[in-house]
Design a protein around this ligand. Structure first.
Ligand SMILES: Cc1ncc(COP(=O)(O)O)c(C=O)c1O
Length: 350
């Protein structure tokens, strides 16, 4: 109960076969960075497939989502930029903000639109450009950003900045994991951000990261992002595996996996609340059981482990003090029987 492999695709025979076949054809490594000789057919294919999957003009691959977000943020920050970030954003965003050294840096309260508005107001007094950055799904809590409302808010402020407000969303935990067709936060909230970052290493079951956006932006990124220009891409065989994953996700098989995952999540959440446990509302396969105490969290995690159940205990500083919890992560390889088993183990600990 603690893997990001939400659709169980890392062990899918066709995905393994695609990776093996490509390794035999192209070798096990790219041999160079993209603009030298490190671009192979599967890299181009994957970028086109990802762009189409997210209805964007282009996609750019990176060795990880971490590298993708750092590169995106660093490349877009100018001497007149304000960076505005949710306080519970992932570590990659926090470090990207530090590295980018924007003119002004604001951290708004978690999911708090009134606070985001106040920060935009403040930034508009002195900055020409604003980058608003948020996780799509917050990986420790399984809750997602109110993207539709953020988009509306940003539209109101767009003209207050001469170089506009750009919304960047890191949906590493959302893409492939939720939404009826697996398109993550944008599908769940029926909205669209300017720049979307995703990983190939969670629901897609492979490895690597990517950014999708307009062609103007991706062309600029290919010319400026250090981790794209000076660092190897994922291997051609990883790209081939990810291409196969995207094919499966868009086939009836992928829809069945996503449907099964939704059923598991719903059954687990219902079971937890029947047992009287506190959780946070949501539909994502990350399901937090809020314990709100460090030693109780450790004890419960150990008791579950003794019963053959692996779940992650989260305590300060990974989560804020008072938010100590156990993070359960469901994936499509689980069965309803597995869910019952975990609930049975938790019932025994009441
Ligand atoms: C929100 C978020 N962004 C980025 C990453 C990093 O992904 P990758 O392993 O592809 O660098 C993670 C991984 O935990 C994440 O939760």
């Amino acid at each position: 109960m603690n893997s990001n492999n939400y659709l169980g695709l890392s062990l899918h025979p066709e995905v393994i076969h695609a990776e093996e076949e490509a390794a035999r054809k192209y070798g096990v490594g790219p041999g160079a960075v993209r603009f030298i000789s490190g671009t192979y057919q599967p890299h181009g294919d994957l970028e086109r497939t990802l762009a189409a999957f997210h209805s964007r003009e282009e996609a750019v691959l990176f060795s990880s989502a971490y590298a993708a977000i750092v590169s995106t943020i660093v490349s877009l920050v100018t001497p007149g930029t304000a960076l505005i970030s949710d306080e519970l954003n992932h570590n990659c965003i926090i470090n990207a903000v530090k590295l980018a050294r924007p003119k002004e840096k604001y951290v708004y309260k978690h999911l708090d639109l009134a606070d985001l508005e106040a920060k935009l107001e403040q930034a508009s007094q002195s900055c020409q450009r604003a980058l608003v950055v948020t996780d799509g799904v917050f990986s420790m809590r399984g809750v997602h950003a109110p993207l539709a409302d953020i988009v509306k808010l940003i539209q109101r402020f767009d003209e207050r900045f001469t170089e506009n407000v750009v919304l960047i969303v890191d949906d590493s935990h959302g893409v492939g994991a939720f939404g009826v067709t697996g398109r993550g936060i944008e599908e769940i909230t029926q909205s669209c951000c300017d720049i979307l970052v995703g990983t190939l290493g969670k629901a897609f079951g492979v490895n690597g990261g990517y950014v999708v956006g307009s062609k103007t932006f991706t062309t600029y990124l290919r010319e400026t992002a250090p981790m794209y220009i000076y660092s190897n891409p994922i291997t051609p065989s990883e790209a081939a595996a990810a291409n196969k994953v995207l094919e499966i996700i868009q086939d009836p098989e992928g829809q069945t996996l996503l449907h099964h995952l939704r059923e598991l999540v719903s059954s687990f959440r219902t079971g937890l609340s029947k047992l009287g446990f506190e959780t946070l509302p949501g539909v994502h396969p990350v399901v937090p059981l809020m314990v709100r105490d460090t030693s109780k969290t450790i004890t419960l995690v150990n008791q579950l482990f003794d019963k053959g159940i692996l779940a992650t205990g989260l305590r300060y500083p990974v989560v804020p003090k008072g938010d100590e919890s156990i993070r359960f992560q469901l994936n499509a390889d689980h069965t309803l029987g597995d869910v019952k088993e975990v609930l049975k183990a938790l019932r025994a600990k009441e």
